[in-house]
Design a protein around this ligand. Structure first.
Ligand SMILES: Nc1ncnc2c1ncn2[C@@H]1O[C@H](COP(=O)(O)OP(=O)(O)OP(=O)(O)O)[C@@H](O)[C@H]1O
Ligand SMILES: O=P(O)(O)OC[C@H]1O[C@H](OP(=O)(O)OP(=O)(O)O)[C@H](O)[C@@H]1O
Length: 210
């Protein structure tokens, strides 16, 4: 029975392919991918494809992918009609509230404006703290927004902290730790249980080595 696995392209791509390869999966072809989008491992009867983070969830929810590997940040921001079954211990980073030194958004009395790629996460965080915010959706280089006066602070991913530091920004709070997760289509877990669980067991072993 063929299993389809959606991998997130970009920052998670290398580490997830390396883990699959180490566990004996034939994903070598993905690394010399050119413009080809789908790869078959006929020996293991697995089909792989590389997609953008949000699309990984979409393909899993629709059952086109049985399994997806995607960041917890993307899962927290998006819809949740899937099973999240494994933490892979790769792509580790955290959600932070950041901004200009001496300008903690919580100290502001009036209206707070937050720049972020993750408006749902940001709103939930401030709501829990009893503050309502206006979110300005930013698609990249989020650190620019407070520097140029677009917003009072940002909710974004931090790994090394270099991007914040090099732009003179500071961390005011950590919302939570993040890493890549394995998600599974709900029907696939029932209908392809043996094959799906075999992949999960291998990935579990791989994640323990991280
Ligand atoms: N600095 C980072 N350190 C570690 N993991 C990160 C970092 N930035 C992103 N990630 C993880 O990698 C995933 C993919 O990030 P990536 O930046 O490649 O994609 P993206 O957000 O769609 O960006 P782009 O629009 O530039 O393609 C994120 O969802 C997150 O889980
Ligand atoms: O703490 P650091 O190690 O500096 O990493 C953090 C940066 O990485 C991510 O952006 P990315 O590089 O993916 O680019 P983007 O701004 O286009 O989203 C994130 O949005 C930060 O800008």
């Amino acid at each position: 029975m063929t299993i389809a696995i959606a991998l997130t392209k970009g920052r998670l791509e290398k580490a997830s392919i390396a883990m699959l390869k180490k566990e004996g999966y034939g994903v070598e072809a993905l690394k010399e991918k050119g413009r080809t989008l789908v790869f078959e491992d006929t020996q293991k009867d697995i089909r792989y494809f590389l997609v953008k983070p949000n699309d990984c969830i979409t393909y899993v929810q629709h059952g086109v992918a049985d399994i997806g590997i995607v960041g917890k940040d993307t899962l927290m921001e998006g819809s949740d009609d899937y099973y999240e079954l494994l933490d892979l211990n790769i792509g580790k980073c955290r959600f932070i509230l950041g901004g200009l030194k001496g300008h903690n958004p919580f100290d502001k009395l009036g209206h707070i404006t937050i720049g972020t790629k993750y408006p749902n996460v940001a709103k939930a965080y401030f709501m829990e703290k009893g503050r309502e915010i206006e979110c300005i959706k930013i698609d990249g280089s989020v650190e620019l927004a407070p520097l140029l006066g677009l917003c009072d602070g940002i909710v974004d991913i931090m790994e090394t902290g270099d991007t914040l530091r090099e732009n003179g920004l500071v961390v005011f709070d950590t919302l939570c730790e993040l890493s890549a997760r394995v998600i599974v289509n709900k029907a696939s877990l029932k209908l392809k249980q043996t094959a799906v669980c075999a992949v999960l067991e291998d990935l579990q072993r791989g994640s323990e080595a991280c």
